[in-house]
Design a protein around this ligand. Structure first.
Ligand code: BTN
Length: 326
């Protein structure tokens, strides 16, 4: 009932009468009053006026199951949602839930992770109350070799949502770091369970630095937050819903061809490395060239000499700008 009341309050321009809520949910006035008090305790500013009812005056940055459920209205992405105040890693939770049979589109969200994982075995700092940590579970019905490109689908979705919601320009550093003003605001860790010729499930873990103000010394030059770049705080649940919505749309485009044909142009528009000199750190041998975009498989196209294009597969390779992180 809390989620439904929150949704009603948010969607109503006017006061919502207490009696109407009692009738709708078949509960007493006291029960409604208790829910209002719970919401107030969570930080919502709710005005109660006699003979008029209740009105949501302010929706602060609350991350809770009710807040998420009252925001997420998609065809499938996030229709099943788990929320943890604190967990080890949402990727690990999502993999466990996948093994237990959780459906395609399940989302696991945490306010804090105490064992947040980054790519290449790194730690992802995940303090509470500031950032977004979530993992989306997918059960794709296509060949396993196509799945690596899903991480680029998520990168594009985060970039679009950040631009749509947070008044900043978001770029993508191939394959899947989101950058604002040359610094990283989001990382993505995709993992999958694959049988020969068949994908059991894919989990896409996303960490977005939203309202964090201080970064550890080792990453302060390359990492930032949406708050630091836009000088404003952003409600995390709203941004998360926006990412899920964008992902749902982009994923459905991906499904038409099982590759990035329909979204590679949009991805390339956000590609901060595009037409810049890059160094490709390939374990088989480093080389330099000019990044020219991506192909439908999500490989980076690097021009090493006039008209000679090398297709770089993300796997073991990483790419650096010649003059800094981007
Ligand atoms: C990177 O190194 O750039 C990827 C970071 C991915 C972090 C996210 S936070 C939510 C999910 N759970 C994890 O443990 N990692 C991912």
């Amino acid at each position: 009932m809390k989620t439904e009341i929150l949704t009603l309050l948010r969607e109503s321009e006017d006061y919502v009468s207490g009696q109407e809520l009692c009738n709708r949910f078949g509960v007493s006035r006291t029960a409604v009053w208790k829910v209002m008090n719970q919401l107030k305790e969570e930080g919502y500013v709710i005005e109660a006026v006699q003979n008029k009812g209740y009105k949501l005056k302010e929706n602060p940055d609350v991350l809770s199951l009710s807040e998420l459920k009252s925001r997420i209205h998609n065809r499938w992405a996030g229709n099943t949602v788990y929320f943890y105040e604190e967990t080890g890693s949402t990727n690990i939770d999502a993999k466990r839930l996948a093994e237990e049979g959780a459906p395609h589109g399940t989302v696991v969200v945490a306010d804090k992770q105490n064992a947040g994982r980054g790519r290449r075995g790194r730690v992802w700092q995940s303090p509470s109350g500031k950032d977004i940590y979530f993992t989306l579970l997918l059960r794709p019905d296509f060949e396993p070799d196509k799945a690596a490109a899903l991480t680029l689908v998520m990168a594009l979705s985060v970039a679009q949502a950040v631009e749509g919601s947070c008044a900043v320009q978001a770029g993508i550093k191939w394959p899947n770091d989101i950058v604002v003003n040359g610094k990283k605001v989001c990382g993505i860790l995709t993992e999958m369970n694959v049988e020969p010729g068949y994908i059991q499930y894919v989990v896409i873990g996303v960490g977005i630095n939203v309202n964090l103000e201080d970064f550890p010394e080792e990453i302060v030059k390359t990492a930032t937050s949406l708050l630091l770049e836009s000088k404003a705080e952003w409600p995390r649940a709203e941004l998360l819903q926006s990412v899920l919505k964008c992902f749902e749309d982009n994923y459905e485009k991906f499904l038409r061809t099982h590759d990035l044909t329909d979204i590679k142009e949009e991805y390339t528009k956000h590609l901060v490395n595009c037409n810049r000199e890059v160094r490709v750190l390939d374990p088989k041998g480093e080389f330099e060239g000019i990044a020219r975009g991506i192909n439908a498989a999500g490989e980076l196209l690097v021009e090493t000499e006039k008209d000679k294009i090398v297709e770089v597969y993300a796997g073991e390779v990483s790419v650096r700008g010649l003059y800094g992180y981007v």
